[in-house]
Design a binder for this molecule. Structure first.
Ligand code: ATP
Length: 194
């Protein structure tokens, strides 16, 4: 079985950019968020559970997951959000295990914003954290998504503090400068994993 390397970072840290560099090096990356978006549409058992929790309206008339409706109803209801996550997260975990079985490389990477929050690092051989100063991350997300400073900051405040993540991570990539530097650090980290 391949060794699983967890890759994480908060909003705008650059984890997706690092994941692309890892793919450029020839290693497969599982993108948990993207996969979760597919699973809510493809997994019939999961669809039933989501409808039972949130109502039929969680899916539109074409049978597709209505992200806007769901985010609106869970936005101010933490218990409901938690219940939804308790349905989705195990399904992603199973999907990941299936995906790993198909991989042929000796290292595979799992990109997830919630590596430490969900204690997924326990299933990983190593964990990599991508981090950068708050202001830099906020600026990058403002440029990428057209969000306001305050909007990005609100998301950031809900995430696990960087200090805690830094304590838990095996390898840390500091993404405060340019993309060339980020690529160099990424290659160095992959090379040093044994
Ligand atoms: P999110 O969790 O919000 O999806 P992320 O951690 O996946 O974010 P990325 O999307 O990789 O972060 O990076 C955020 C933005 O910053 C992107 O537009 C990316 O191109 C840009 N970016 C990342 N690192 C750098 C860098 N070193 N120099 C310049 N731009 C960067």
């Amino acid at each position: 079985a391949p060794k699983i390397i967890g890759l994480t970072g908060g909003i705008g840290s650059g984890k997706t950019t690092v994941a692309k560099f890892i793919e450029d090096c020839g290693f497969p990356v599982y993108y948990s968020d993207d996969r979760a978006k597919d699973i809510v549409n493809d997994n019939e058992d999961l669809k039933l559970k989501i409808k039972a929790l949130l109502g039929q309206q969680a899916y539109d008339d074409k049978g597709l997951y209505d992200r806007k409706f769901v985010s609106e109803i869970v936005f101010n209801d933490n218990e409901l959000l938690q219940a939804l996550n308790e349905i989705i997260h195990p399904a992603v975990r199973i999907d990941f295990e299936e995906w790993v079985k198909d991989q042929k490389k000796y290292l595979v990477f799992k990109e997830t914003a919630l590596l430490f929050e969900l204690k997924l690092n326990r299933q990983c051989h190593r964990s990599i954290l991508v981090t950068a100063e708050d202001n830099i991350r906020i600026k990058r997300v403002m440029d990428r998504d057209g969000k306001t400073y305050r909007e990005v900051q609100t998301v950031m405040e809900k995430q696990m503090p960087e200090k805690e993540k830094i304590k838990l991570a095996d390898c840390i990539i500091y993404n405060n400068t340019n993309l060339d530097d980020l690529k160099d650090q990424t290659e160095k980290v992959i090379f040093e994993i044994e």
